[in-house]
Design a protein around this ligand. Structure first.
Ligand code: IMP
Ligand code: MG
Length: 177
């Protein structure tokens, strides 16, 4: 696809290579038993499906809808649960799977909410991390790539619901929304 607004930051092969490494590392870090993956809709769906297949272990999968951003690029700072989990977290080893950690507001809020549901453990895997942007403290256990403070799209990430299906992560050059 030739879109003049897009510049490839992380090519598809690099993403897949890193996910294979993360899958192996996560598989080895947990004892035998089930690992419960919680995918944060919608952006993390692409990462979740590749990451789950890179793990040589038993996993279960559930989905949670959260909204912090409106249709544009700026955060409202408000967190809203738009779809709750189907499966109980009691005594589960939980791995939250997220596309990108930006301000940290979403994951800071979410880990507090999920902690109250008595899981055995909670860790976080994020494909991308923009550490410069952090407003709330959050420890991300597994990071695919640290990236600079640029608005990115592709591999699940959108701008106004567009570009999620790109297989690479691209910087979007455009006026702020
Ligand atoms: P946080 O609560 O500020 O950490 O925001 C995390 C959420 O904001 C992510 O799950 C994304 O949905 C969205 N987001 C943050 N940065 C970007 C970006 O560069 N491109 C697309 N979405 C982003
Ligand atoms: Mg998101």
């Amino acid at each position: 696809m030739t879109d003049p607004k897009l510049r490839v930051l992380i090519p598809a092969e690099k993403i897949q290579e890193r996910i294979r490494e993360l899958g192996e590392q996560i598989s080895n870090d947990y004892p035998e038993g089930n690992l419960h993956l919680i995918c944060i809709l919608k952006g993390a769906v692409f990462f979740l499906t590749d990451l789950a297949r890179a793990m040589k272990r038993d996993v279960s999968v559930d989905f949670m809808g959260i909204s912090t951003y409106g249709k544009g690029k700026s955060s409202s700072g408000e967190v809203k649960v738009t779809k709750d989990l189907d499966i109980s977290l009691e005594s589960a080893d939980v791995l939250i799977v997220e596309d990108i950690v930006d301000s940290g507001i979403t994951l800071n809020y979410l880990t507090h909410v999920l902690d109250q549901r008595k899981p055995r453990s909670i860790r976080i895997a994020a494909l991308l991390d923009k550490p410069e942007r952090r407003l709330r403290p959050i420890h991300v256990n597994y990071v695919g790539f640290q990236i600079p403070d640029k608005f990115v799209v592709g591999y699940g990430l959108d701008y106004a619901e567009k570009y999620r299906n790109l297989d690479s992560v691209c910087v979007l050059d455009q006026e702020p929304g």
